[in-house]
Design a protein around this ligand. Structure first.
Ligand code: GDP
Ligand code: MG
Length: 304
């Protein structure tokens, strides 16, 4: 190789957008956090936790990847779900590559077949990732991979464990190869384009998902009323309102003598302090906003 082209190779920089898709609970947010090496997307054992597209920015020496963590594609039942599906589908047309996650512990379902149909019509490169292989016996892996591969033939397929960080670096390598040459869009120390305000609301919502049951989390939204830095005291004051769709949820979200609200607040505050690197004063309120999950105006207000 002539010296000139070696130099060019070294200098070339790749960049692009990558969507992470897959049915709810396959581990999309977990993978995004691992790819970035930092937690920006909330992770819970309940499906449909992620409501917005989260941008995570990974800067490598010769590449920058902007990841979009999409809400799961699934059969739409209510308006809020329909919006999430639309968001997901819209995302696929705007990206340079797609990571499609499958769950090694669950049989591919109708949703997976739907995604495969969409992907087979798309010209965008898709990598198939079979996630949660830490839960599968070694001898079951090969037949499983064959089954998954049959859903979307001819595409590269990689077994991973997002949780244990297995093959995550390999995924990064393969992705970078797929990206076009391009500039660095964001400063190298930036890992998300979400505001601290938004992340604060997401962290509070995550704690509600982890601490409450059944339908309650799905009828809950969090709005940040105040986010004020007190530089002199190295303190951030956050006031937030938890909105619920139903009157009957309010006492549950507050808990006996405020115990639930206190627990949500303590856990969220501890995590926010770690993330923001300073003391946080967090005050939470609960408000009933009937019908918000069906109200387009309110959904838009929450960025959905
Ligand atoms: P999402 O809905 O696709 O964003 O999924 P999440 O990232 O929120 O993960 C859903 C659940 O699966 C959480 O309880 C994760 O801890 C768990 N999970 C994700 N990846 C793995 C993995 O590789 N192995 C195991 N054992 N659990 C995982
Ligand atoms: Mg998620």
């Amino acid at each position: 190789m002539p010296i000139d082209s070696i130099k060019k190779e070294e200098a070339s920089h790749r960049s692009g957008f990558v969507a992470i898709i897959g049915r709810p609970n396959v581990g999309k947010s977990t993978l995004l956090n691992q790819l970035l090496g930092e937690k920006i997307a909330i992770v819970t054992p309940k499906p449909q936790t992620t409501r917005n597209r989260i941008r995570g920015i990974k800067t490598a020496p010769n590449a920058q990847i902007i990841f979009l963590d999409t809400p799961g594609i699934h059969r739409a039942s209510s308006l809020i779900n329909k919006r999430m599906v639309e968001t997901a589908l819209q995302t696929l047309g705007e990206v340079d590559a797609i990571l499609w996650l499958l769950d090694a512990t669950r049989k591919p379902g109708q949703e997976d077949a739907d995604i495969a149909t969409v992907l087979s019509q798309s010209v965008t490169t898709a990598l198939i990732l079979v996630n949660k292989i830490d839960l599968v016996a070694k001898r079951e892996l090969l037949p499983l991979m064959e089954k998954c591969s049959a859903l979307l033939p001819g595409r590269e397929i990689v077994p991973i464990s997002a949780l244990k960080r297995e093959n995550v670096d390999l995924v990064l390598e393969l992705l970078i190869k797929q990206l076009p040459e391009g500039p660095r869009y964001y400063p190298e120390d930036e890992i998300t384009d979400q505001t601290e305000r938004f992340i604060a609301a997401e962290i509070i919502r995550e704690k509600i998902f982890l601490l409450t049951h059944e339908e309650i989390p799905y009828y809950t939204a969090v709005g940040i009323d105040e986010f004020r830095e007190k530089d002199d005291k190295n303190l951030i004051v956050i006031t937030a309102t938890i909105y619920t769709d139903r009157e009957s949820h309010k006492p549950i979200l507050i808990g006996k003598r405020g115990a639930m609200l206190k627990e949500v607040g303590t856990r969220a505050r501890e995590e926010l302090e770690r993330l923001l690197g300073c003391k946080v004063f967090l005050e939470l309120f609960v408000k009933v906003q009937q019908g918000w999950t069906q109200n387009p105006r309110i959904l838009t207000e929450f960025g959905l």
